[in-house]
Design a protein around this ligand. Structure first.
Ligand SMILES: CCCCCCCCCCCCC/C=C/C(=O)SCCNC(=O)CCNC(=O)[C@H](O)C(C)(C)COP(=O)(O)OP(=O)(O)OC[C@H]1O[C@@H](n2cnc3c(N)ncnc32)[C@H](O)[C@@H]1OP(=O)(O)O
Length: 302
């Protein structure tokens, strides 16, 4: 699946501004530090990719501090890195994890949703849809190694993966807390959750805006495994090895068959979904609520 129009334009703009990339320009992998071991590490500003071509696996580390919020730049860079791996036959699986201590992702970047114009909100929401579609329909095996708090849009990313492994730390909660913020999840994210934990559990989780700590997350099935923090990466890689043992063609056709209807329902109603979002986020009352919420987040430290 290729990048959608708006996201592709932004991706090109990012690539044109190659000077802002630390290390190599995307598309030109550099030898790992120390070199000569056949690994090709590449990075853009906000995503670090550690490839292991011999295993057919890459680890994507989200590194958009402080909280890996889903800014337009972050989503664009993430999708560029993902596409690069998808286009390289050497890679069949990706482990997604965070490089920001204690936070997998704080979800939507609320600063993108405050005081901007409708065209910006439309571009932003299209990028969120694109992020979800690209991950949800990826041919590769995706394993989320969740090493931090994972609310809302962070949970959206994790839910697209084939497997979720959560580090056992009571602070590392996961879930869709939107109703607690007075907002409603989009239908396609609701469908993704229902496919994962079932209808009844989703009703409770969504209406109450539940954030599950590890034991409860495992019990409800929003994650597949909970492991000690120091075993997260090794567990994710061994889960990956099990999935990689299945012939790719059969596995990804099966994945597509299982996920097609859910993805199609967004693809068919994409423009209406964007319009709904723009109307919602442009309301004065929502803008005021957002400002207050952001202010509270900033004051938390003080
Ligand atoms: C009232 C909200 C209305 C939202 C309207 C959106 C409409 C959307 C419609 C449907 C969408 C559904 C799908 C997804 C929805 C979302 O993702 S909404 C976002 C929900 N996320 C959150 O509420 C998380 C908020 N953040 C936190 O709770 C904490 O930051 C944390 C993740 C638990 C980490 O805590 P800690 O390590 O203590 O860091 P902090 O000190 O709190 O934060 C550091 C700085 O980061 C800023 N920040 C935090 N989260 C965000 C964010 N989501 N977007 C932008 N910025 C964020 C925070 O303000 C701090 O900034 P500074 O003070 O300037 O350092």
């Amino acid at each position: 699946m290729a990048l959608a129009g708006g996201v592709r334009v932004r991706a090109r703009a990012l690539l044109r501004a190659g000077a802002q990339f630390r290390g190599p320009v995307l598309g030109r992998p550099e030898p790992a530090a120390g070199g000569g071991d056949g690994t090709r590490r590449f990075a853009n500003l906000r995503v670090l990719v550690e490839p292991d071509p011999a295993a057919g696996v890459a680890v994507m580390k989200l590194k958009s501090p402080p909280v890996n919020s889903l800014s337009l730049e972050f989503m664009t860079e993430f999708l560029i890195s993902l596409e690069k791996l998808e286009n390289d036959k050497a890679f069949r699986g990706v482990v997604i994890t965070s490089d920001c201590p204690g936070v997998f992702s704080a979800g939507l970047d609320l600063t993108e949703l405050c005081g901007q114009n409708p065209a910006h909100y439309a571009e932003y929401w299209k990028a969120v849809q694109e992020l979800w579609l690209r991950l949800f329909l990826s041919n590769m095996v995706l394993v989320a190694a969740i090493n931090g708090v994972c609310p809302a849009g962070g949970c959206l990313m994790a839910l697209t993966c084939d497997v979720r492994v959560l580090a056992d730390n009571p602070k590392f909660v996961i879930g869709l807390k939107e109703t607690q913020l007075g907002i409603v999840v989009p239908f396609w994210l609701k469908d993704n959750l229902v496919n994962t934990i079932g209808h009844r559990a989703s009703e409770h989780a969504l209406q109450l805006g539940l954030l599950f700590p590890p034991a409860e997350a495992l019990q409800v099935g929003i994650v597949d495994q909970v492991v000690p923090e120091d075993q997260l990466q090794s567990t994710a890689l061994s889960v990956m090895a099990r999935w990689m043992a299945i012939p790719d063609h059969a596995r990804h056709l099966t994945k597509a068959m299982m996920r097609k209807a859910t993805a199609d329902s967004l693809i068919k109603h994409r423009d209406a979904d964007i319009q709904n979002f723009v109307n919602f986020i442009s309301r004065d009352s929502i803008q005021k609520t957002l400002q207050v919420y952001l202010q509270k987040l900033k004051q938390k430290k003080g």
